[in-house]
Design a protein around this ligand. Sequence first.
Ligand code: PRP
Length: 212
Amino acid sequence: MNDILTIAMPKGRIFEEAAALLRKAGYKLPPEFDDSRKLIIDVPEENLRFILSKPMDVATYVEHGVADIGIAGKDVLLEEERDVYELLDLKISGCYLAVAGLPDTKMNDVAPRVATKYPNVAEAYFREQGEQVEIIKLNGSIELAPLIGLSDRIVDIVSTGRTMRENGLVEYERIVDVTSRLIVNPVSYRMRDTQIDELVSRLHEVVSVGEL
Ligand code: PRP
């Protein structure tokens, strides 16, 4: 059996922290790893292949088994509910999902509208609150929605809070804290548990040290 492990990893904000974590765990990643436009990067010295994708797609690749392992935000895992195992909280890229909107505004009594990139999370959240809302799915720049009258509220990621601040929005409720997780395809895990456990334990060691 070929012993290359394929890891799906998001480009963007998680990428740098995840690469730093892998290096701390002793994996030698080449410099081209950090600023390349390549979507597949092989690191044969470590028996690793990386697939670089959009954050929302990482769990999809892992569920379909085209990647054995993935590094994905808890936000994506909550939204997508893919058939994958979550093995480790990597404690990187900390942020949270929140409900936000223009200051001093109430939600419309009749069919309030909520814009978000996370329709399932938002739907479940407002259902639990006993509020019936219309979800409007957007793909980015969610903060625009209340500014242009598309929605009363948004459900979105808050990291530094800068995007909300600079667009004059305020936070109304915090929904859930988010960090990046190591996920695995269940079949890969069964077939290659030794190899995967080694990766998990090396990462676990550096994650625990970071906590001290
Ligand atoms: C995310 C999120 C917010 C922003 C929050 O967007 O949707 O817009 O980051 O970060 P902050 O609190 O540090 O300002 P992202 O940059 O991923 O792009 P998007 O607009 O395409 O979702």
